[in-house]
Ligand binder design. Structure first.
Ligand code: ZN
Ligand code: ZN
Ligand code: ZN
Length: 599
C-alpha cells in the first residue's frame, strides 16, 4: 500500500515557516481504518490511493514548530511516511482508542530532546490517557528504559498560547462523551463530534481552513454526517472546508463530485499551506505604518472589552472580511485619564495584556497601542485623523457613541464623520448596547463591581469578570484555624466589593483550574485592622505544586463578609458556603452557555 501513497500536493518551496501554517493530514479514516479488516466493499478494494485511510490525525507546522493532534494506532507508520523528525507538542481531542493508541511510538522524539514533550488535553481525556500510558507520565528523573517522557497539561476550554499562536479548545459533544476540537489561529480541526453547539460555533468564525467530522451519509449516534457538516460549513463560511474521519461508505471520487466548491474530502498525505493571519501588536505609529493598510479601524480605550465593544468589533470584522481589509484596533496606553485627570482616573477592568487577548478573541488581527503622551494629548482632532488615522491606510472607522479624541477631547463621532470624505474612509455609526435599560459602558461595569454585583457585570461583559495576581503567603490563620486558603496579591486594579464569592481559580502557568470560594475583605473575625485580603478556598482537591500566578473568575456572590464569634463559627459558615457554592458550580457552566446563546 505504501507505493500508492500520495505525495505532498502543496509546493513545498513556497512554505514560509514564519508566515504560513501547514496542515498535513496523517490519517483521514474512521476508527477501523480503510481498508477495514475482513471487508470486501468497493471502497476497501479501491485502487484510488485517496480511499486508503489511516486513523485520523493531523500535523500542524508553524513558527518552526511541529504540533501533532492525536497519536493514532497508525502513528508509527504516519511518522515514517512523512519523515517527521521532531515533535514539539501533542494536542489530544479525546481518549478513544483510534486517537491515542500510538502514544508509545513518540518515544524516539524524546531521544532528541532533553525536556518532556508537552501534552494538552481536557482533565478527563488526560486521566484516561494516563491510565493506559502511566509510565510515560510517571517517570522519576531519568527514565529507566526507553519510554516516552510526556508532561500533561490540563485544558479547561480557555485559549492558551502555544509557540506564538493562540490555541482555542472547542468543546464538542461526541455521543455521550465530550471531545475538544482545536482552533489554531485561522485553522480549526474538529474530529469526532455529533454536533457543534452554538457556544462552540461562536469560536469558529472567520476561519481559513476548517476540518470537520463527516463519517458517512447515514445518521450515526456519535458522528456527524456529510449533510450535517455541510450545514456547519455553510453557516461558518470558512475559505476552505475539509471533511475527515470518513468510513468506507464514502468513496473519494464519487463523494467529492457531490460537494460544493470550497469543500473537499481529506486524504492521507494531503497538505494545506495557508498564510498565518497572525495577531500583530504595534507599539508605535512608525512600526505600524508599513504593515497596517488596508485597515478597518475601531478606536477607543475599550477597558473591559464588554458586549458593547464586542458588538462594534463583530460589525468591523464582518465588514473587513467582506472587503478584504484587516480588522484593526487603535487604542491607548496608559489610559488617557491617567494623564488628563490623574486623581479622577478610573481603576481599570483589564490590563493591556488582557485587552489584547480579548481583542484577538473578537477576531481583531492587528492593534496599534499608541503611547498616550504629551504629543498625542496636544494633537487637535483633525491632526489626529490627518497624522495617524489616514496614514495607516484606514478604509473604515467605527467608534462607540461616547468616543472623544483630540486636544481637550474636542473630537467626537461627528468630527470623524465630517472628515471622512477628505481622508477617504467610511465612518460607521457605533450605536449602544443596553442591559436592563442601562447603557453597557466600562464605567457601568465598574459600578456593578463596586457594588459586588458580579452577575450583572458578567452580563455586561459577556463573560465572567476575573482578576489576576500572585499567590502570597497568607496570614497563616487560615491554614491553622479554619481551612487552607490561597492569598492573592492582585495585579488587577479592581477587585469586586468586599464579600464572599463563588469563583473558579485557574493556575495561569498550566491551566489547572478548581471550583473555589473567595473572600474579599478585612477578615473581621481575626481583628487585623483594615488590611484587605483576597483569600480563596479551593473546593476541588489538588495535587502537584502550589499555584503561583492565579486567575480568579467571579461566578456569583454568596454573602457579605461578616464577623463571627470565633474561628469555629466561621468554619461552620464556610462549610455552609461550600455547599451552596458547589451547587452553584454545577449550574454555572450551563448558565454561561445559555447566556452566550442569548447574544
Ligand atoms: Zn475517532
Ligand atoms: Zn469496506
Ligand atoms: Zn471518538
Amino acid at each position: 500500500m505504501a507505493g500508492k501513497f500520495l505525495e505532498s500536493t502543496a509546493p513545498a518551496a513556497t512554505f514560509s515557516a514564519t508566515r504560513d501554517i501547514r496542515i498535513t493530514v496523517l490519517g483521514s479514516g474512521t476508527s477501523a481504518g480503510i481498508p477495514t479488516i475482513t471487508c470486501d466493499c468497493a471502497v476497501c478494494h479501491s485502487t484510488d490511493p485517496r480511499d486508503n485511510r489511516l486513523r485520523p490525525s493531523v500535523l500542524l507546522e508553524y513558527n518552526g514548530r511541529k504540533v501533532l493532534i492525536d497519536t493514532t494506532p497508525d502513528f508509527r507508520q504516519q511518522a515514517l511516511r512523512h519523515n517527521i523528525r521532531s515533535l514539539d507538542a501533542i494536542l489530544y481531542t479525546h481518549a478513544h482508542a483510534d486517537h491515542i493508541m500510538g502514544l508509545d511510538d513518540v518515544r524516539p522524539f524524546n531521544f532528541h530532546r532533553a525536556e518532556p514533550i508537552p501534552v494538552y488535553a481536557s482533565a478527563d481525556t488526560l486521566a484516561r490517557i494516563q491510565l493506559a500510558f502511566k509510565y510515560a507520565f510517571k517517570y522519576e528523573g531519568k527514565p529507566a528504559g526507553p519510554v516516552p517522557k510526556l508532561e500533561g497539561h490540563i485544558l479547561n476550554g480557555e485559549p492558551f498560547d502555544l509557540f506564538g499562536l493562540t490555541v482555542q479548545p472547542i468543546p464538542l459533544p461526541h455521543g455521550r462523551d465530550v471531545t475538544f476540537g482545536y482552533r489554531v489561529a485561522n485553522v480549526a480541526y474538529l474530529t469526532d463530534h455529533s454536533e457543534i453547539p452554538e457556544a462552540s460555533l461562536k469560536l469558529l468564525e472567520g476561519l481559513d481552513v476548517l476540518f470537520l467530522d463527516a463519517l458517512r451519509h447515514r445518521p450515526h449516534p456519535t458522528h456527524s454526517t456529510v449533510a450535517t457538516s455541510l450545514d456547519a460549513s455553510i453557516r461558518l463560511k470558512p475559505k476552505q472546508t475539509v471533511f475527515t474521519h470518513m468510513s468506507h461508505d464514502l468513496g473519494h471520487e464519487e463523494t467529492q463530485h457531490t460537494l460544493p466548491e470550497g469543500v473537499t474530502l481529506a486524504y492521507d498525505g494531503m497538505v494545506i499551506d495557508t498564510p498565518l493571519r497572525g495577531f500583530r501588536v504595534f507599539t508605535s505609529l512608525e512600526d505600524a505604518l508599513p504593515f497596517f493598510s488596508p485597515a478597518g479601524v475601531s478606536i477607543g480605550n475599550f477597558d473591559g472589552v464588554h458586549t458593547g465593544h464586542q458588538s462594534l468589533f463583530r460589525r468591523l470584522v464582518a465588514l473587513c472580511h467582506e472587503r478584504g481589509w484587516k480588522p484593526s484596533v487603535l487604542t491607548f496606553d496608559p489610559h488617557p485619564a491617567r494623564i488628563l485627570v490623574p486623581d479622577r482616573a478610573p481603576r481599570l477592568l483589564t490590563s493591556l495584556a488582557e485587552r489584547l487577548q480579548l481583542f484577538r478573541q473578537c477576531g481583531i488581527e492587528q492593534v496599534l497601542v499608541l503611547p498616550f503622551n504629551e504629543d498625542l494629548r496636544h494633537l487637535e482632532a483633525t491632526q489626529f485623523v490627518e497624522r495617524i488615522v489616514a496614514p495607516l491606510g484606514t478604509r473604515a472607522v467605527i467608534v462607540g457613541d461616547n468616543f472623544r479624541f483630540g486636544h481637550k477631547l474636542s473630537g467626537n463621532t461627528e468630527t470623524l464623520r465630517a472628515l471622512a470624505p477628505r481622508y477617504g474612509y467610511e465612518s460607521l455609526a457605533g450605536g449602544a448596547i443596553t442591559y436592563r435599560g442601562q447603557t453597557v459602558s466600562s464605567s457601568n461595569v465598574r459600578g456593578a463591581l463596586y457594588d459586588g454585583k458580579v452577575s450583572k457585570a458578567a452580563r455586561m461583559l459577556g463573560r465572567c469578570y476575573s482578576i489576576q495576581g500572585t499567590v502570597v503567603t497568607g496570614h497563616g490563620v487560615g491554614s491553622k484555624q479554619t481551612v487552607p486558603t490561597l492569598n492573592l496579591a492582585p495585579t488587577s486594579e479592581l477587585p469586586p466589593a468586599d464579600g464572599v464569592y463563588v469563583t473558579r481559580a485557574t493556575d495561569l502557568d498550566d491551566n489547572r483550574s478548581w471550583a473555589a470560594i473567595t473572600n474579599i475583605g478585612t477578615r473581621p473575625t481575626f481583628e487585623n485592622g483594615s488590611d484587605r485580603s483576597i483569600e480563596t478556598f479551593l473546593l476541588d482537591s489538588f495535587d502537584g505544586r502550589n499555584p503561583v500566578h492565579l486567575k480568579l473568575t467571579f461566578l456569583g456572590r454568596l454573602r457579605d463578609e461578616q464577623k463571627f464569634e470565633d474561628a469555629a463559627a466561621l468554619k461552620t459558615q464556610i462549610f455552609h458556603d461550600v455547599k451552596r457554592a458547589s451547587a452553584l458550580h454545577r449550574r454555572v457552566s450551563t448558565l454561561i452557555i445559555r447566556n452566550e446563546k442569548g447574544n
